[in-house]
Design a protein around this ligand. Structure first.
Ligand SMILES: [Zn+2]
Length: 103
């Protein structure tokens, strides 16, 4: 039942450019077109869940293409840090002496 509640939180309006649905919150943020239309000008909207327990709602995070890529990169990095690769990095820390060998 709280799914209906989250739907109500994201009020929709008609996009003046394509007539498609667009969150009212976008216009409050200063955007005049929907996510699809503004993707052309390299803006991305990411729905994010906020709140805890049964007091949650879906918010729309608007970012540039560049920010979006960095965000995705960060997500991937967070996942890969669970692997034991981190230990290998730790072994490489400390002062090094580069010795040239004639071979
Ligand atoms: Zn549109």
């Amino acid at each position: 039942m709280y799914q209906i509640k989250t739907m109500e939180k994201l009020e929709m309006m008609e996009c003046p450019q394509c007539g498609g649905p667009m969150p009212v919150k976008r216009r409050e943020l200063g955007y005049h077109v929907c996510v699809n239309c503004s993707t052309v000008s390299a803006k991305r909207g990411i729905p994010v869940m906020r709140g805890t327990g049964d007091h949650t709602w879906v918010d729309l995070e608007v970012m540039t293409q560049e920010q979006f890529e960095r965000y995705e990169e960060m997500e991937n990095k967070t996942k890969s840090e669970i692997t034991p690769l981190k230990n290998n990095k730790g072994n490489l820390q400390g002062p090094f002496t580069i010795v040239e060998t004639d071979n």
